[in-house]
Write a protein that binds this ligand. Structure first.
Ligand SMILES: NC(=O)c1ccc[n+]([C@@H]2O[C@H](COP(=O)([O-])OP(=O)(O)OC[C@H]3O[C@@H](n4cnc5c(N)ncnc54)[C@H](OP(=O)(O)O)[C@@H]3O)[C@@H](O)[C@H]2O)c1
Length: 238
């Protein structure tokens, strides 16, 4: 368990001739703590409430990649996701564990090309994102076939601050590279979860191509699975 204060704020809520009320908020790991403090003139400081919430908003970029950093093949086929490798010491990823984990995601965001590909795949395998609210970032009038899907166009910081933060806690940007790169560049993402499969594709769409200025990251966790997949979880510094 890592204990690290990520951010803290101390604000004056109200003041009268008798007392001043302050709010101190801070975040340690995934929990937000809030303490309300009252300062009575000449009578010291009183803590009125303190509470802890785990409802910190997190925007995660999730991407599956080959070892050479490709996220899609030129022909857009997805059979490379099923690699035949076996890593004995790895974690067993059961369907139940995956399903339980996916339940924690309360909103998806995807780029237009990813949506078009997901729609195509849905004809064979069904819609992969279920009834979870989903934003498709596009400037086009793409067909929307489900009530939980909404188109969004324009400023991504407005999307995050005005649409996502007030309504959701765990938002996953599920690609593609172009959209994910924008979220990272604009410092709107909190973490990157990169699942590297044991394969070199040699060609196709790169996760990062001409990204721009370098950005240092904090490696939060690494997990290796029996399938040979390695998951790297990076926290983005803001
Ligand atoms: N391996 C993985 O984990 C993974 C995950 C997801 C996707 N993929 C693959 O990656 C490929 C797609 O990735 P990509 O990088 O080419 O495309 P993408 O990021 O999915 O979509 C880019 C498109 O989204 C729209 N867009 C982006 N930002 C916008 C904004 N701020 N406002 C309005 N529209 C905006 C634009 O399309 P319009 O203006 O034309 O609407 C843009 O061309 C597909 O092959 C997909 O299968 C792989």
């Amino acid at each position: 368990m890592e204990w690290r204060i990520i951010n803290s704020t101390f604000v004056l809520l109200s003041a009268s001739s008798q007392a001043q009320h302050y709010k101190l908020s801070y975040r340690i790991s995934d929990c937000r703590y809030t303490i309300l403090i009252t300062s009575k003139n000449n009578k010291g400081l009183y803590i009125r409430y303190q509470f802890m919430t785990t409802d910190v908003f997190t925007l995660t970029i999730h991407m599956v990649s080959s070892l050479d950093g490709r996220i899609a093949k030129k022909d857009n086929s997805v059979s490379w996701f099923d690699t035949p490798d076996h890593y004995e010491k790895g974690i067993e990823l059961t369907e139940q564990a995956t399903a339980d984990f996916l339940k924690t995601i309360d909103c998806y965001v995807m780029g237009a090309r990813t949506y078009e590909h997901a729609l195509e795949l849905s004809k064979l395998y069904g819609w992969a994102y279920g009834d979870v609210p989903t934003f498709v970032v596009t400037s086009r009038d793409l067909p929307i076939e489900r009530p939980n899907i909404e188109r969004y166009s324009g400023d991504l910081s407005v999307l995050v601050n005005e649409r996502l933060k007030p309504a959701y806690k765990t938002v996953w940007v599920v690609g593609g590279a172009e959209l994910a790169n924008q979220f990272i560049r604009l410092k709107l993402a909190d973490e990157i979860r990169l699942s590297i499969l044991p394969i070199i594709l040699g060609d196709g769409v790169l996760f990062f191509e001409q990204f721009g200025p370098e950005q240092t990251l904090h490696l939060r966790d690494v997990r290796a699975y029996k399938s040979g997949m390695v998951e790297l979880i990076y926290e983005l510094k803001k």
